[in-house]
Design a protein around this ligand. Structure first.
Ligand code: WT7
Length: 657
């Protein structure tokens, strides 16, 4: 990879901020960082002591690559640390969750505030509901829900009784649910009649029904015994099947107390499916103790959370269905005893200023969103944020993909009035928490760079032989030491776990990203180096989209590549060859796009479909993706867009070269 030099503007931490920050200076960061790397066990033992343990660990870390065990022998419960502990310490009346619904009736949105006491009561009740339905420690509970407080309640209830949850983002399709439920052998699904999105109902329960319909025809070990349905929109749904239960009926029948299961630090906390380089998503496993300590500490330092500030209100705009929501709406935030805001709807409903309206009405102090959203806000126009008082904001965060410096600068100026440190946090579903990120008040920020590693994280840029690269030279981003919230495996697939993360570069965790380090030591993540694409901060496998396309009756072969997209960061271009009698028409393109949405979910819809009579391949039969990417990013092909494209000559030329 060639060297890239970049001169960027630097933003030192504002001194007004540093005075009150947990980490007050670069020197303090630097010293703590060294300690955390030189003596990780001491560092993490001290930090873990901030949280409640039923039984203290006997060893902080046992590491035998690729298996890490953190806080070995320790017993705790993450729900206890999120909820019960706050009540026990006298903060039962403090707000835990502020929720705002999407619809605005009579000019007023619906707002619900749950105190820690409220949350404890609801979580205990739902934990009892789960127990009554036969859920035991270790049983996987699938959640397919809208962004309502009951989603937080259900996940915390799972953590309380030691039942790992598998949360499926509400935008995924019936077949995505079917695959994930089967892979996790999950016997229960928690869902809702529907959820609100841009003024419309997303019919979640119908999609669950569709997923379960094919029970007999699927070659899966589908064994769902119970479906619990929350009434959110009042949708007309089918509850005939005797495995269906209304949430409110079950909740009316249970006591308000439920003890927390004493979980071993390494007991499974949740599975979260994410896309990889094959068609099959992988169930990333996170365990209890290390994940708890790491998400707690990153939340505290990266967002500079202060539980003693009565005005503190943290808001992450992600959906809980993604890792960002797991770690930085619920699990990392609540143990910090600060309120977390949940918003149900779309950022542009009813108007493009909805988020700024929320920030100003609730006086949000810490705000965390994605570059794709920032680019959309830029496009919608400055007048929308400018209509609202955003002066409560103190820290702005971004996550999901590299942020282009233009978007960073806009975010800093228009949203942050140049007084809020911007934390560009690089991490992954697999890493559980922030890995490379600025610390507000302590470290200098640079537009486009996620800057420096968090405590205990030892990243490096290497070539394929594992040799460290000099400054400003691109290479593979790897992590050389275990960290508390690292994935513990892929559910049911040990081999894939080893092959994907631990085999590319010897002795290191392979992240799948390309990056470089500049002369100041700042990291610049360039993007994925595998067949994974990052569409609007959501990860998709090209193989996944390809297999959705070839499942259409008229498609013979498909190849998918990522192409630059103004808002999404990366868009999807699909090259398709049709079966014998099929004709390439604009209608068929639309049909294929709809087919992918049905197979995976709307986020996977191709932006371009190009019909071709053959795909360019090397002699060994490998599709030449680089060539397709060039074609897809090149000028629009003139004339009838349905004309077949012919790569045969080009492909052969390349192959011979
Ligand atoms: C991939 C992980 C972590 C939650 C959101 C996505 C990309 C993520 C950044 C960032 C550059 C980033 C990487 C990574 N990514 N954050 N700040 N700068 N790239 O989680 O679905 O597991 O995807 O997102 O490519 O590998 P995910």
């Amino acid at each position: 990879m060639e060297s890239v030099l970049h001169e960027a503007r630097k933003f030192p931490p504002p001194s007004s901020f540093s005075a009150n920050a947990h980490i007050k200076s670069f020197d303090q960061y630097d010293q703590m960082y060294r300690e955390s790397i030189d003596n990780p066990e001491k560092f993490w033992a001290e930090k873990a002591a901030d949280l409640h343990w039923f039984k203290k660990w006997s060893r902080v870390l046992e590491w035998s690559l690729p298996d890490a065990k953190w806080f070995v022998g320790g017993q705790t419960n993450l729900c206890y640390n999120c909820v019960d502990r706050q009540v026990k310490d006298g903060f039962g009346d403090k707000t835990a969750i502020v929720w705002e619904g999407e619809p605005i009736d009579d000019g007023q949105p619906e707002v619900r505030r749950l105190t820690y006491q409220d949350l404890q009561r609801e979580v205990c009740k739902f934990a009892n509901v789960l127990k009554n339905l036969g859920v035991k420690k270790g049983d996987v509970v699938t959640l397919y829900m809208p962004m309502v407080p009951e989603l937080a309640i259900a996940m915390l209830a799972c953590a309380r009784i030691g039942a790992p949850h598998s949360i499926i983002f509400g935008g995924f399709s019936a077949s995505a649910i079917r695959d994930r439920v089967a892979d996790a052998d999950s016997k229960i699904i928690i869902t809702a009649d529907a959820g609100w999105r841009r003024g419309k109902h997303i019919p979640l329960k119908n999609t669950v029904d569709e997923a379960l319909q094919n029970n007999d025809t699927q070659a899966t070990k589908q064994t769902v015994k119970n479906v619990v349905v929350l009434k959110r929109c009042g949708n007309d749904i089918d509850m005939i099947d005797d495995r269906n239960h209304w949430w409110h009926d079950l909740m009316a029948q249970v006591p308000e107390a439920c003890p927390c299961e004493e979980m071993d630090a390494e007991d499974l906390l949740f599975i979260l499916y994410t896309s990889g380089t094959t068609g099959k998503p992988k169930g990333i496993m996170h365990t209890t103790g290390g994940y708890m300590v790491y998400t707690y500490l990153t939340s505290r330092y990266v967002f500079a959370l202060h539980d003693d500030d009565p005005d503190e209100l943290y808001w992450c705009t992600a959906d809980i269905g993604w890792i960002t929501g797991h770690s930085y709406i619920i699990y990392g935030i609540l143990p910090n005893r600060v309120p977390t805001l949940m918003f149900e709807g779309a950022p542009n409903f009813p108007g493009p200023d909805r988020l700024w309206d929320i920030v100003s009405r609730h006086k949000v102090t810490k705000f965390y969103t994605a570059p794709t959203a920032i680019r959309a806000f830029m496009k919608w126009g400055d007048e929308h944020p400018k209509k609202h008082d955003l002066s409560s904001l103190k820290v702005l965060g971004t996550v999901g993909e590299p942020i282009n410096p233009e978007a960073w600068v806009w975010y800093n100026k228009v949203i942050g009035s140049e007084k809020c440190p911007i934390v560009d946090t690089w991490w992954q579903t697999e890493t559980g928490g922030h890995m490379i990120t600025p610390l507000p008040g302590a470290t200098t920020t640079v537009p486009g760079s996620c800057t420096l590693p968090f405590f205990g994280i030892d990243p490096a840029i290497v070539d394929k032989n594992g040799n460290e690269q000099p400054a400003n030279t691109g290479g593979f981003l790897v992590i050389r030491k275990p960290w508390p919230s690292m994935l513990r495996g892929i559910y049911g697939d040990r081999e894939r776990f080893i092959k994907t993360y631990w085999s590319e570069i010897e002795g290191c965790y392979f992240a799948g990203d390309g990056a470089r380090i500049d002369a100041d030591g700042n990291f610049w993540v360039m993007g994925r180096v595998d067949d994974v694409i990052n569409v609007s901060g959501h990860r998709l496998g090209t193989a996944e989209v390809e297999s959705a396309l070839v499942s259409h009756t008229q498609v013979a072969e498909a190849a998918v590549v990522g192409v630059p997209h103004e808002i999404k960061g990366t868009g999807i271009a699909a090259f398709v060859t049709l079966k014998g009698t099929a004709t390439p028409t604009p209608q068929l393109k639309d049909e294929l796009i709809a087919h992918v949405a049905k197979e995976i979910g709307a986020i996977a819809k191709p932006d371009q479909i190009r019909f071709t009579d053959s795909l360019p391949k090397t002699r060994s039969g490998k599709i030449m993706r680089r060539l397709l990417r060039e074609v897809a990013t090149g000028k629009e092909i003139k004339g009838d867009t349905t004309t077949l494209e012919d790569y045969s000559v080009l492909a052969k030329l390349r192959d011979d070269a």
